[in-house]
Write a protein that binds this ligand. Structure first.
Ligand code: NAI
Length: 455
C-alpha cells in the first residue's frame, strides 16, 4: 500500500526510470557528443539534483492522478483492500481501522512486484531491484546486472552513462527475449560499443555481500600494506555464476548488483480464496475477457496474463469497464507495442521474424538503415534500422521492428496502421515529412516490394 496514486509505473517504474534515462542521456550527450557538434562544454554530474528532478516529476504526476480522481468523482479510500467473500471488500487503513465496502463488481488491478532469485538477497542498498536501482547514490564503480531484459538494460544504461562499469549476466544466449532476434543482436552490438559487457548463457548461483571495515579512500594506511603496494581491497559484493551449458563457476566483483529477472503478479493477502479464485503456478489470476472464475470479480494488468506493460493495462481497463457497463469492450493483443528506452531505443509491434517462421506464415521483409536517413545523419545519430514484415500474399503489415533514437515516438504510426489492417504499400505510398526520421518508416515499407528509394 502506497501513500500516492499511480502504482508501480508512476512511483517506481516507467516514470522515474524515464526521468533518469533522459537526464543521464543528456549528461552523456553534453560530456561526449557536444564536441562533435561544435560545442565546447565543461560538464559535471550533480547526482542529488538529478534524483530531485526525478522525484519532482513523479510527485507532479501522482498529484495529477489525484486531480483526475476528483475531476471524475472517483473516491480514494486510503488503505489495503482484501476481498471478503462475494461483493465485499475490507479496507484496512494505516492506523489499523477497518471498513467494509459492499459492491456489485470488484476489479483486481494489483499489478506485479520484482521476481526474486535464491542466493541473491535484495537489501536495496548494495543488492537492488528496479526500485533500489532508481535511488543509487553515489554512482557505483562496478554494477553487475542480473538479467538482460528491459529493466536491466534501461537501468544498466543509466548507471553506465553516469560512470559505472556495467556487466550484464544473462541466463539465455541472447538479450531481450521477446524482441526480434536481428534487432536484439544489433542492440547488443550498440550497447557493447558503449562499454556494457555481456556474459550470456550464465546461471547466477549467489551474490555475497562482503564485510569491509577498511577506509577505501586511504589505501596507504591499510593494515599490512604500504603506499607502494596496498593490500587487496575486498570486493563489496562477489557474484558467483556458472555456464548454463556446463563448466566451472566464475566470480565477479561488484560495488552494486541489480536483480532484474522479471516480475511476478502481486496477489498477497488479497483474499482470493474467499471467492474461490486460484492463481496459476506463476501466480497469475486467469481471466476470460477480464472475468475471473468468481462472478462479479474482474482482473486486468500485470496480475493477469499478457505482457506486463502499463499501456496494455490501460487498454484492458477501458475494455473491462466497458464490459461491466454492458458495452463491447475489446483489446487487440496483436497490436501492443513494446519499447526499450535506451540509446538507441528499441521499439516493436506485432510478430517477430522468429514468430512468423514458427507459425509457418509466408512473409516479406523491408528494411531501411538510419545511416541512409538524412535527419539521422545531420543529427549524428545514424545507428539502427527499421524493419517491416508483411504477409507475402496480402501485403498486410504483420510486424515492425526498430532500433534507433526516438523510435519510441515513431512506433505509434505503425500501431494505427495495423489497427486499420494496413498493407505495407499503404505506408509506402503515404507522404512523410522531409527531413525526418519517420521517412525511414516509409522507406522500409517500400522495401517490402523492393522499391526503397533512398538507399
Ligand atoms: P524481462 O522479462 O524483460 O527480462 C528478464 C531477463 O532476465 C530475461 O532476459 C531472462 O532470461 C533473464 N533471467 C531470468 N532468470 C535469470 C537468472 N537466474 N540469471 C540470469 N538471467 C536471468 O524482465 P525485467 O527486465 O525484469 O522487466 C520486468 C517486466 O517489466 C517486463 O515484463 C517488462 O516488459 C516490464 N518493463 C517494461 C518497461 C518498458 O516498457 N520500457 C520498462 C521496465 C519494465
Amino acid at each position: 500500500m502506497r501513500a500516492t496514486l499511480g502504482g508501480t509505473c508512476l512511483n517506481v517504474g516507467c516514470i522515474p526510470s524515464k526521468a533518469l534515462l533522459h537526464a543521464s542521456e543528456m549528461f552523456e550527450l553534453a560530456s561526449k557528443d557536444f564536441a562533435g557538434l561544435g560545442i565546447k562544454a565543461q560538464v559535471e554530474l550533480d547526482l542529488p539534483a538529478m534524483h530531485r528532478q526525478k522525484a519532482d516529476s513523479v510527485a507532479a504526476l501522482t498529484k495529477g492522478v489525484e486531480f483526475l480522481f476528483r475531476k471524475n468523482k472517483v473516491e480514494w479510500i486510503k488503505g489495503k483492500g482484501r476481498i471478503d467473500g462475494p461483493g465485499r471488500v475490507v479496507v484496512t487503513t494505516a492506523d489499523g481501522a477497518a471498513q467494509t465496502l459492499e459492491t456489485k463488481n470488484i476489479v483486481i488491478a494489483t499489478g506485479s512486484e520484482p521476481s526474486r532469485l535464491p542466493g541473491v538477497e535484495v537489501d536495496q542498498t548494495r543488492i537492488v531491484d528496479s526500485t533500489g536501482a532508481l535511488a543509487l547514490s553515489p554512482v557505483p564503480k562496478r554494477l553487475v546486472v542480473i538479467g538482460a531484459g528491459i529493466i536491466g538494460l534501461e537501468l544498466g544504461s543509466v548507471w553506465r552513462r553516469l560512470g559505472a562499469e556495467v556487466t550484464v549476466v544473462e541466463y539465455l544466449d541472447r538479450i531481450v527475449p521477446g524482441a526480434d532476434a536481428e534487432v536484439a543482436t544489433a542492440f547488443q552490438r550498440a550497447l557493447t560499443k558503449q562499454g556494457v559487457k555481456f556474459r550470456l548463457g550464465q546461471k547466477v548461483l549467489k551474490a555475497e555481500v562482503n564485510q569491509i571495515d577498511i577506509a577505501i579512500d586511504q589505501p596507504a594506511k591499510f593494515k599490512g600494506g604500504t603506499k607502494a603496494s596496498p593490500p587487496a581491497i575486498p570486493d563489496p559484493i562477489t557474484l558467483t555464476f556458472e555456464p548454463v551449458a556446463g563448466g566451472p563457476p566464475e566470480t565477479l566483483g561488484a560495488d552494486a548488483v541489480l536483480l532484474s529477472v522479471g516480475r511476478r503478479p502481486y496477489t498477497e493477502g488479497l483474499g482470493l480464496e474467499t471467492v474461490g479464485i486460484t492463481p496459476d503456478k506463476r501466480g497469475v489470476i486467469p481471466n476470460d475477457h477480464f472475468r475471473t472464475s468468481a462472478p462479479g470479480v474482474w482482473v486486468l494488468g500485470d496480475v493477469t496474463s499478457g505482457p506486463m506493460l502499463a499501456h496494455k493495462a490501460e487498454d484492458e481497463a477501458i475494455a473491462c469497464i466497458e464490459t461491466i457497463a454492458g458495452k463491447a469492450g475489446h483489446v487487440n493483443y496483436a497490436v501492443i507495442p513494446s519499447v526499450i528506452y535506451t540509446y538507441p531505443e528499441v521499439a516493436w509491434v506485432g510478430a517477430t521474424e522468429e514468430e512468423l517462421k514458427a507459425q509457418g506464415v509466408a512473409y516479406k521483409a523491408g528494411k531501411f538503415p538510419f545511416t541512409a536517413n538524412s535527419r539521422a545523419k545531420v543529427n549524428h545519430e545514424a545507428e539502427g534500422f527499421v524493419k517491416v514484415l508483411a504477409d507475402a500474399a496480402t501485403d498486410r503489415v504483420l510486424g515492425v521492428h526498430m532500433l534507433g533514437p526516438d523510435v519510441s515516438e515513431m512506433i505509434g504510426e505503425y500501431c494505427v496502421a495495423m489497427e486499420f489492417a494496413a498493407a505495407s504499400e499503404d505506408i509506402a505510398r503515404t507522404c512523410h515529412p522531409h527531413p525526418t526520421r519517420s521517412e525511414a518508416l516509409r522507406q522500409a515499407a517500400m522495401g517490402v516490394d523492393g522499391w526503397t528509394m533512398q538507399a
